[in-house]
Design a protein around this ligand. Structure first.
Ligand SMILES: [Zn+2]
Length: 383
């Protein structure tokens, strides 16, 4: 079975969620052109105002929680909530990979005028958890995905905050599933539906390396507890049209700084910049699925009419696979993995339906660009 790449954007059908039709065009490209124009944004904006009024009427200490990372979208979410006169509690899961730029941006975000909880989990627990999920699933980001959802949900329940305002739904670009009546809600059903948690809850990871008690911070409140607390958990991107250029403008006007050295991975100097471990998470998409963060960024540029597919392919040819060597070294140091152990994991998760060994190199048949940096086939396999 070989991989097909969308003829409109650059994504392969090996990417989870991507299907390519007989016309060679993927569902994400089709969804993009079908959906956006038919949305009643004025009506949704009014619905958001009603929700905010309802939250304020509860007269809690805070009107809403805004989960923030310190990225540009966090600035936009917080600025919008403050503009609409909400009393905001910002909540962050502190990534153990946060870097100086990430800290500085977060500090400037808090200075917009919000109270803030910077929630740190015991670094030894984070390190063991990251290592375990990387070895078992090829994803070092399972702890992150658990923590970023569980922590704000739990704080909302315990502090009786009526509303959680998330950013853009990461699945909005695919248009959602027809018939979903709760596309705006991030709740237990959403977490399950989108497989964010790889089908496993936090406590399913308990065992020899991690105790149940050590995993407490990764556990969201029970569904029943969440419902009884009457917390509403919404995506702002469902209610307000999300324009990345506009959110970047608002963020920069409020003190957000781009990465002076340029993009860390992908195409943008303003995304995936605040944590040194996120690039390692994205990196595994290359052996697993045959695409990188750059492909995701370019697909958005193409769909939004800012770039042609030929220009995108030229950029892939120029930037190559962008293996984040320095971040991989940092993450390995944090998890207690050697470089050789990491390389062995890259091979463990290399999908042989995607990759073919030829002339001592792993290549992808049908890859749309002449690549100069195909990875070498490891010695023992080549032999
Ligand atoms: Zn496409």
């Amino acid at each position: 079975m070989s991989v097909r790449f969308c003829q409109s954007c650059v994504l392969p059908d090996s990417r989870p969620g991507i299907e390519i039709g007989a016309d060679g065009v993927c569902n994400a490209c089709k969804g993009h052109s079908d959906n956006r124009s038919s949305i009643d944004w004025a009506g949704r904006g009014q619905a958001l105002e009603r929700l905010f009024r309802g939250a304020k009427a509860r007269k809690a200490a805070y009107d809403c929680i805004v989960p923030v990372s310190g990225g540009k979208d966090s600035f936009w979410q917080v600025a919008k909530c403050l503009e609409m006169d909400m009393k905001v509690l910002a909540v962050t899961w502190r990534s153990p990979g946060r870097n100086a730029l990430g800290q500085a941006n977060l500090d400037r975000l808090v200075a917009l005028g919000v109270d803030h909880i910077d929630f740190s989990i015991d670094p030894s627990v984070e390190a063991r958890f990251m290592k375990k999920t990387l070895i078992e699933t090829g994803s070092s980001a399972v702890p992150m995905h658990l923590a970023i959802f569980a922590i704000p949900m739990r704080i909302a329940v315990q502090m009786r905050v009526p509303l959680i305002v998330w950013g853009e739904s990461p699945f909005m670009e695919y248009g959602g599933q027809k018939g979903d009546s709760d596309l705006d809600l991030l709740n237990h059903a959403w977490l399950k539906r989108h497989g964010i948690l790889q089908g496993r809850e936090a406590l399913d990871w308990a065992g020899d390396e991690l105790t149940t008690a050590e995993l407490a911070a990764y556990c969201p409140p029970a569904e029943e507890e969440f419902r009884q607390a009457q917390v509403r958990s919404i995506f702002m991107g469902y209610y307000l049209q999300w324009d990345p250029a506009e959110s970047l403008r608002v963020a920069e006007a409020n003190g957000f700084r781009r990465r002076p050295e340029g993009p860390k991975i992908g195409l943008y100097d303003y995304a995936d910049i605040d944590c040194d471990f996120i690039s390692v998470h994205h990196w595994f998409k290359w052996p697993k699925f045959g695409f990188t963060r750059l492909f995701d960024n370019l697909a958005l540029e193409i769909r939004n009419g800012r770039m042609s597919r030929d220009e995108a392919l030229a950029i892939i040819g120029r930037l190559g696979d962008q293996r984040p060597d320095a971040d991989i070294a940092r993450a390995c140091d944090f998890m207690g993995l050697s470089a050789a152990e990491f390389a062995a994991l890259e091979e463990k998760f290399r999908d042989h339906d995607v990759w073919t060994a030829r002339d001592g190199r792993w290549i992808i048949d049908g890859f749309p660009v002449e690549s100069r940096d195909w990875p070498a086939v490891p010695m023992e396999r080549a032999a």
